[in-house]
Every structure is written in C-alpha cells, then in structure tokens.
Design a protein around this ligand. Structure first.
Ligand code: SF4
Length: 677
C-alpha cells in the first residue's frame, strides 16, 4: 500500500493527512505525524476525507444541455461551445456581461488561472468566490486596520496565550484542531471567554460565557474597549507608537457603558466588566472568531471592533497574541490570496493601480481592465436584471449556499450561458448549459493555503474517474480558445509564475514546499516564511483604529415572527453536503435536516424531539424535524444549511454589508409551526 502526503479537503485548519492507495484506489486516510500544526491528529471529517472520492455519483464526462436534458459530450465539444458562447456574449454585450465564480475548494493554481482568464481573456474583473459569503469582512476590516486581511499569528501560538476571547465560533465542532490548541492553553491556566448566543461545547468549558442577542456584537465589543481604557488596562505605549485613530475610537466607544451594552446585547453588565478585566490584564491575549462575526450586514464593523480591541490592548505581533479569523473552506485563504476577488490581483495588489496592471499585463500579454468588478452576489443580481449574460462557476453550489435560494435559481436561469465545473451533480449543475467534470483533491497536484497562511501541497494519489480532468487542464485550454496565452507544463510552473508576480508568495516554489509548507509572507527564496505577522511594523506603517457605531440588525422578532433564526453548520457535514452527504459514516450521523429550539420554547408549543415543524421567515419556509437543545437561547432557532431538502438560505435576509458586500446570514426574524405528523 502506498501512502501519499496531502492536505485535508474540508476546513481551513489545513491538517496534514496521508492518502492510502491500494491497487489504484483510495482505501483510507490517516493523519500525517510530521505536520507542524495537526501533529498526528485529524477530526472525524479528516479521517473520512477520502471516502467520497470513489462514489458512484461522480461526474465522469462533460455534459451539454439539449432542451431539458444534459447529454454526454466530449471535452472538445464542451469547451468549443463554452468558448463560442462567451465570445459571442463578449462581442454583443461587452466584457462586463461575463463573470467567473471560482472555488475556495480549488487549488491556488486553479484560482490564479481562473482570475487570469477573467482579466486577460474575458476582459473583466467580474471574478469572485465564496469568501464573499464568509470572510469578506475580514479581508476588508483587517486589511484596513492591520494592512493584511489574514490571521496574524500561527494556530500553535494560541497555546501560549494567557487569555483567549472566542467570538461567534463553534470551534470544537467546526475547527477542531484550533480548539485543541485553545484547550491546551486553557489547561495550562489561560482564561477562556466564549461569546456566542448558543452554549457551545467550548462555552461549557470556558471561564466566562457571554450570550449576546443576535447581531449586537459592536455594542459589547466597544464596551470592553471602553472599560479596558477606563480601568487603565490599555497598552498606551503600543497605541502611541504603533496605531492611529485612538482618540476618535475611544470617543465613540465611551458611549457604550456596561449598562448601555447590557441594554443592547442582553449580556449582564457585571459579566462585561469581568470579561474586560480578564482580557485587559492578560499579558498575551488572542481573539479567535468565525462566521458568527462576519456573516452580518455590518460584518466589517464587527471585525474592525475586534481589531480595535486587539490593538488597544497591544495584542498583535507577539506569540500568544493576535487576531485569528477561522476560515471555513480549506482554501478560501488561498483563493483570496490568488486575487479571485473583483478589486485585487494576486497578493492583494489593486486592479486600480496602473503600475500593478502594467506588471501583470507585461507577464500575461494583453490589457487588464481597471475598474473593480462585481462581487458574487452582485453578479447574480446582474444576471437577474439581464446585464450579466454569461457565467462560469467552478466548484461552488450557489443555489444552495448563497442567500435567497429562489432568487439565485431565477438569476441563473436568466443567463444566456452558464458553465459549471464540479465533481458531483449539484443543484447548480442542474441549471447549466455545459457541465465540466472535475478531479477532486486526491486526483491532482496543487497547493492550498490554510487559515494560518500556510501554503502546502496536495498530491495526486489516483486518477480521476472517467473523462474527469484536473481543472488546470481545461482552464488553460479554454483560455487559449479565448485568445489568451496559457502555457504551463505543471502546477509547479504556475506557482513559479505566481511567485514572480506576487510579493507575499515570492519565495514559494514546489521545491521548497516540504511536508511543513511555508507561511506567507515569504518574499524571497531564502526566506523561512512568517509565523507571526506585524512583529515590528504594519504594512502601512501604523495600524488603523476606526470608530464603529452599533446599528440595530435589519430584522428583530415581532408578533408575527417571534423567533430569531440563525444558520450554521453541523459537525458532521460541510457546506452544501456535496461531499459529506456522500460519506456514509458522516451521513449516518446526521442524515436529515433539523432545527434546534430551546426546550422551554418547545414545551410552550408542545414540540418534542423529532416533531415535524415548519420554519418560516418573510422570504420562505422549510420543513424539518425539531431538536430540543439546551444550548440554544430562549427565543432563538438554529438551522444548519447543508440540506437541499430544507435550504436554510431560502429563509435568510437579503441586505448586504455596504463595505464587504456579505449578506446578512445570521439574523432573521422567524416563526415556527407544528406540521401534521
Ligand atoms: Fe480536516 Fe479541518 Fe478536521 Fe483538520 S480540523 S481534519 S482540516 S476538517
């Protein structure tokens, strides 16, 4: 049996694993003992990461729509039709009528090649991916505040913290390996504060659990900052020497007294004072957060408020300190790094900069568009209104994963041409004109970048099924058919080009990426990589504090919709369940959709475990089983979003964060009705 070193396909922890290959088939996966972060551990999804690879549902050949049917075709037919359709739309309506949604599950090299195709072959900056719906506020807010929209420390650094503030993250379930480092710190005496409306497993283990009303984070974070300064616990030397904007930020935060913050958030004032003391007194404080923070219509403000708190306490740039956004997909960090975003090229180099465009144009040949493009949701709404005509979607299932399912379906149906590349049939491939079968992570070479900025390799262990191809092959083929240059001998060749154009990846090459990978910034070939960012300076000199004001969430419970609905993940599934629902042991644990409800609320409505209920919001409704959960606060409902038969995103609100354009996915007024048994 051969063991091939690779990287887990699921969450952003980026654990190292070994794929076990026997007779050309994957027969299992096990942890890599030498991986610097996971160190011989995997969570249940990691152990089962390869189970879906040989599933009989895999897409095996390209498909072309004929009427209501998708008919088997050759690659040449599928790519010829795709190129002709895109060219025709480009000619008639201009490049802005085209767009690409790339994949946070794809490799860095694929994301780079797709954003290159968008810019140099299609002539548009309309390129984006699912980061828009998870950590776009992180990219925007940390980019502004710290000069880099990424995790400032390394995951292992958490074990050296004296106090860890975990916000909006069910870490033990969604990023279990990060949780293991938090718990190591906890066991050596670090204080743990968990802020989450739900009493998660980590909240049960915390020194202090704060349960705010949904959507009130800015109020309580400003309050902590205010108390810390008033109690003389701020790091005034750090503030003076390394930040701008303290006076204005404190002025705004001063309005959020403990009493005021209690009134808004529901967190008792005494607990807010206690949390401020714990965090303010810690020599090394770390802030860990996930999508409970970012998926809000003011997500950028909430992340900025957390960055303000870290900066005012001097908790950036040292081991055990820092701001730790936990990325959901295994390569959402890399897809952002590669410039699969409408306003930046690889390494966050602005498309609006003539110097940057000239550099890329010289390397790629041709001209680059200068106006920032449309974000993911803006592309869909442009399709709905008829101004976007052609779209390529790679490795995403927006029908299920984007807000407002029926509107997304309508938008995709309005397109003149839709090509979708994936490994399995999905709700989105069902709407495509052309379907391209992809290789999965075990069937190709490439790199992923984990949430701690660690660039690491995946390696081909087995062949893709049938006619399925590594995406790099068809992306380059299609780019050439569209008239641009895309000649690479291997993914390593693509990485060499990425390094030559992207300063933060400048020293990275396949030859240097051993089992440990390298953490960016890694600017030169002899640079060891960077575990801790901002140790002595920030990219723009000093960090920027910015005042943030609390605004009420767009919906609050009322007589018609008395519950507050929030959405999220189950430990046993990932995203839209494309892979985990085809992994028998995971699917067996959670085979059907459910909504969690506080037992007291359930009793008042005569609802028991397993009662069929209908969850309704002003956008739609789904039918699911009720689950009584002590951890869910009274008046709240929790609905996982993995299930096509009960799409949570059919219920969520549509308003967008004005800066990052993320949708409000965590706060919706809802009601519950019992269904006939
Ligand atoms: Fe995979 Fe994340 Fe689990 Fe690690 S923690 S094994 S990366 S799902």
């Amino acid at each position: 049996m051969e063991k091939v070193i690779s990287t887990c396909i699921y969450c952003g922890c980026g654990c190292g694993l070994l794929l076990h290959v026997d007779g050309g088939r994957i027969v299992g996966a096990s942890p890599s003992l030498t991986h610097p972060m996971s160190r011989g551990s995997l969570c249940i999804k990691g152990w089962l990461a390869a189970d879906f690879v040989g599933h009989p549902d895999r897409l095996r050949s390209p498909l072309i729509r004929q009427g209501d049917l998708l008919i088997k075709s050759t690659w040449d037919e599928a790519l010829a039709l795709t190129a002709a359709s895109l060219r025709s739309i480009q000619k008639e309506f201009g490049p802005q009528a085209l767009g690409i949604l790339t994949s946070a599950k794809g490799t860095n090299e694929e994301n780079y090649l797709l954003m290159k195709m968008a810019r140099v072959a299609l002539g548009t900056n309309n390129v984006d991916h699912v980061a828009r719906l998870c950590h776009a506020p992180t990219v925007a807010a940390l980019g502004f505040a710290l000069g880099s929209g990424a995790m400032t420390g390394s995951i292992s650094s958490l074990q050296s913290s004296d106090a860890i503030l975990v916000v909006g993250s069910n870490t033990t379930e969604q990023h279990p390996l990060v949780a293991s480092y938090i718990l190591r710190a906890r066991s050596r005496g670090a204080k743990l504060i968990v802020v989450d409306p739900r009493k998660t497993r980590l909240a049960e283990l915390a020194d202090l659990w704060l349960s705010p009303r949904q959507g009130t984070d800015v109020a309580w974070i400003n309050c902590l900052l205010n108390i810390i300064v008033k109690q003389d616990l701020a790091d005034m030397q750090f503030i003076k020497e390394r930040t701008y904007g303290f006076v204005e930020t404190l002025h705004t935060a001063s309005a959020y007294t403990a009493e005021k913050a209690e009134e808004i958030s529901g967190i008792p004032a005494a607990d807010l004072v206690k949390a401020a003391s714990i965090f303010g007194l810690a020599g090394r404080g770390a802030i860990v957060y996930a999508m409970g923070v970012t998926q809000h219509f003011r997500g950028t403000d909430i992340v900025q408020a957390l960055a303000n708190l870290a900066l005012v306490t001097g908790n950036v740039g040292r081991v055990g300190t820092g701001v730790y956004p936990l990325r959901g997909h295994q390569n959402v960090q890399g897809a952002c790094d590669m410039g699969a975003l409408p306003n930046v090229l690889s390494g966050y180099q602005q498309v609006s900069s003539p110097q940057v465009r000239a550099k890329f144009a010289e390397a790629w040949g041709g001209q680059l568009p200068c106006e920032p493009g449309l974000t993911a949701l803006e592309m869909l709404w442009a399709a709905e209104s008829g101004s976007l005509k052609g779209l390529i979607i790679v490795g995403e299932n927006p029908v299920l994963s984007y807000p407002h399912t029926s509107r997304v379906q309508k938008a995709l149906n309005e397109l003149e041409f839709l090509a979708v590349c994936d490994i399995f049939p999905t709700e989105t491939t069902a709407l495509a004109d052309v379907v391209l079968p992809a290789a999965c992570f075990a069937e190709k070479n490439g790199t992923f970048t984990s949430t701690e900025r660690r660039v690491q390799r995946i390696r081909k262990a087995v062949d893709p099924p049938g006619e399925a191809r590594a995406e790099m092959e068809w992306i380059c083929d299609l780019t050439r058919r569209l008239g641009a240059i895309a000649e690479y001998s291997s993914p390593g060749d693509v990485m060499d080009e990425i390094a030559s154009l992207t300063p933060i990846y400048g020293g990275i090459s396949y030859e240097r990426l051993g089992p440990e990978g390298l953490q960016w910034p890694c600017p030169t070939k002899d640079h060891p990589g960077t575990g801790i960012l901002h140790a002595s300076s920030f990219p723009h000199g000093r960090a920027r504090l910015r005042p943030v004001l609390y605004l009420d969430p767009p919906e609050t419970p009322d007589a018609d919709y008395p519950f507050m609905l929030t959405t999220g993940r189950s430990m046993y599934h990932f995203h839209t369940g494309t892979m985990t629902r085809r992994t028998s042991l995971l699917d067996r644990e959670v085979p059907t959709p459910f909504v969690e409800i506080n037992p007291e609320d359930a009793r008042l409505m005569d609802i028991r475990d397993g009662t069929k209920v209908r969850v309704e919001t002003r956008r739609g409704s789904v039918s699911v089983e009720a689950r009584l959960a002590e951890g869910v606060s009274k008046g709240d409902l929790f609905l996982p979003f993995h299930f096509s038969e009960a799409p949570a995103n059919a219920l969520t609100a549509q308003c967008l964060d004005p800066v990052s354009k993320i949708a409000e996915l965590k706060v919706s007024a809802a009601r519950l009705k019992k269904e006939a048994p």
